[in-house]
Design a protein around this ligand. Structure first.
Ligand code: ADP
Length: 140
């Protein structure tokens, strides 16, 4: 299996509860390596651009308001099969459906305020990494 990179965010509900370290530890324990990381407070407009794929969904307004409501940690994670591995550690979108041992089972508050984001495919990973990071900010 090739080494991959994926994009991850620790969302405002989690940074507010001081869970940055606990979540990062779960990612690292799963074999993922943080090769870029920074704390950003995104604007409503940045949230609308980042989540443009969801703009027709009924929760778009709620999602972009939440994502611009406080600080977020944006990260690039590297490892074998990193995209799928990160999705596995994150758990299901709705914490009520998330498996034991996942980040969302442990920490998510609702389907919207669900603590983490992770890219779902190689193309979106590349786009999302490029949205937040310049090449010289990623140190493998
Ligand atoms: P995931 O983050 O698991 O890939 P989606 O791509 O379906 O999930 O949705 C993106 C984000 O939009 C979710 O993580 C969540 O924060 C929010 N979201 C999804 N569905 C809902 C919903 N029904 N109500 C409110 N927010 C939602």
């Amino acid at each position: 299996m090739a080494i991959e990179r994926t994009f991850s965010m620790i969302k405002p509900d989690a940074t507010k509860r001081n869970l940055t370290g606990a979540i990062t530890k779960m990612l690292e324990d799963a074999g993922l390596r943080v090769v870029a990381s920074k704390r950003v407070w995104m604007s409503r407009r940045q949230a609308e651009q980042f989540y443009a794929v969801h703009k027709e969904r009924p929760f778009f307004g709620e999602l972009t308001e939440f994502m611009s409501s406080g600080p977020t940690i944006v990260q690039v994670l590297e490892g074998e099969n990193a995209i799928a591995k990160n999705r596995e550690v994150m758990g299901a979108t709705n914490p009520a459906d998330a498996a034991e041992g996942t980040i969302r089972k442990a920490f998510a508050q609702s389907i919207g305020e669900n603590s983490v984001h992770g890219s779902d495919a190689p193309e979106t990973a590349a786009e999302e990494i490029a949205f937040w990071f310049g090449g010289n900010e990623i140190v493998g």
